[in-house]
Design a protein around this ligand. Structure first.
Ligand code: PMP
Length: 419
């Protein structure tokens, strides 16, 4: 049956989509941290940072169906849901970040942030990290070097190495990052390009999950601002409590971004995203543009988003994530005594990166071994993925409702697979 589905996909959807695994999974149901395939086999989901409050959470499902049964419409009419949700969402941000514009995907939110940054600064130059991913629109894919050669990068983009706490032990990564950003600005200016923004994913998900030491973005933010540009935090991956102990990844860096983009977990699977802004940054864009978004901020999305925030609050998921994340990281760390391939265990909350190396001295990336391990974990019923320019870093991002028991099962399965 799976083979039939794959053949139909290829015929109907064309050649551009890739599925996970050589032997793709076919899910029919999800609940909490578990997904169930067509044969009824359960899989522990440690991959999915979309279903943040758990797959098909009843409170979210109820809010969605309640609103869908009453009204969903174009967003150029007045409706209260958008205001109630905007208030609730903005209350999770520092006071300076006082306005929000809704979109449907993270890509669109970043695309909008790019436009706003250009209008506000009068510049066009954008700095991103070496292996960043920020989305798929034509403009934003140019800011996503991890998409590789399928993208023609515009001349206004500069890349800088991510602050790598593992490969630069003993160095001041904050200082090095700020220096690289300053050099990128000099290079732009030498070619007549005015800087508009430094855009970073605050946990550097696709660069390899770099979280330490907290605060390493603050100096670079000063550098870009001194050059007339703004600091944009892409919270599509780390946002909504995932880093544990706080709602937003940038909070670990002791700074307030000028713009923030959010998405993925915002609707627990319902497509919704947003850009949060300091009001003064939105002024020039507001005067000049005739922006509208047919679906962004529609009544159903706002009801869903509200329900997600309610569950994060009522189930205490921000604290839970910090506790269970620390527990899981510690237990994975202990596996490194036994398995020499584990070079580094890092991350924050329930966003964990495990870097696999062939040799702890020269740190040669264990790329093929990582792919084998991810596949082996899948055969054992646990879902994870890989990241980083050498695809040798396990990316572990379970739903925030991941329990201690789930963490124990995860670690024992990882232990067996590594063996
Ligand atoms: N930014 C980051 C950091 C992401 O990881 C992603 C999606 N993986 C996006 C933006 C784009 O979001 P979307 O797929 O919803 O367009």
């Amino acid at each position: 049956h799976e083979r039939d589905l794959i053949a139909r996909r290829e015929k109907l959807l064309g050649p551009a989509y890739r599925l996970f695994y050589a032997n793709p999974l076919h899910f029919v149901r999800g609940e909490g941290a578990w997904l169930y395939d067509a044969a009824g086999r359960p899989y522990l989901d440690a991959y999915n940072n979309v279903a943040c409050v758990g797959h098909s959470h009843p409170h979210v499902v109820a809010a969605l169906s309640r609103q869908a049964a009453v009204l969903n419409t174009h967003t150029r009419y007045l409706h209260e849901t958008i205001l109630d949700y905007a208030e609730k969402l903005l209350a999770t941000f520092p006071r300076e970040l006082g306005q929000v514009m809704f979109t449907c995907t993270g890509s669109e939110a970043n695309d909008l942030a790019l436009r706003v940054a250009k209008m506000h600064t009068g510049g066009t130059g954008v700095i991103v990290t070496d292996w960043a991913y920020h989305g798929v629109t034509d403009a934003v894919s140019q800011l996503s070097p991890s998409l590789g050669s399928g993208v023609l990068r515009g001349g206004y983009v500069r890349t800088v190495p991510a602050p790598d706490s593992y490969r630069s032990v003993g160095q001041d990564v904050a200082e090095a990052f700020a220096r690289d950003v300053a050099a990128a600005i000099d290079d732009m200016r030498a070619k007549g390009i005015k800087p508009a923004a430094l855009l970073v994913d605050t946990i550097l998900s696709s660069d390899g999950v770099f979280s330490d030491p907290p605060g390493f973005f603050a100096k670079a933010a000063e550098v870009i601002r001194a050059a007339g540009g703004i600091f944009i935090a892409d919270e599509v991956q780390p946002g909504f409590g995932r880093t544990g102990g706080q709602m937003w990844g940038f909070e670990r860096h002791g700074l307030v971004p000028d713009l923030v983009t959010v998405g993925k977990p915002m609707g627990n699977g319902h497509p919704m995203a947003a850009m949060i802004a300091k009001p003064e940054i939105l002024k020039a864009f507001g005067r000049a543009s005739r922006y509208f978004n047919t679906f962004g901020g529609n009544p159903v999305s706002c009801a869903v988003g509200m329900a997600v925030l309610e569950v994060i609050e009522s189930e205490g998921l921000v604290d839970h994530t910090q506790k269970v994340g620390a527990y899981l990281r510690e237990k994975i760390g202990r596996l490194s005594d036994k398995h020499a391939i584990i070079g580094d265990v890092r991350g924050a909350g329930l966003f964990i990166g495990v870097e696999l190396v062939r040799d702890r001295k020269n740190l040669e990336p264990a790329t093929t071994e990582t792919a084998r391990l991810i596949n082996d974990m899948r055969e054992r019923g646990v879902l994870i993925s890989g990241t980083g320019p050498h695809a040798n870093i396990l990316k572990i991002r379970p739903p925030l409702v991941f329990s201690k028991e789930n963490a124990d099962l995860f670690v024992s399965t990882l232990d067996d697979a590594l063996a």
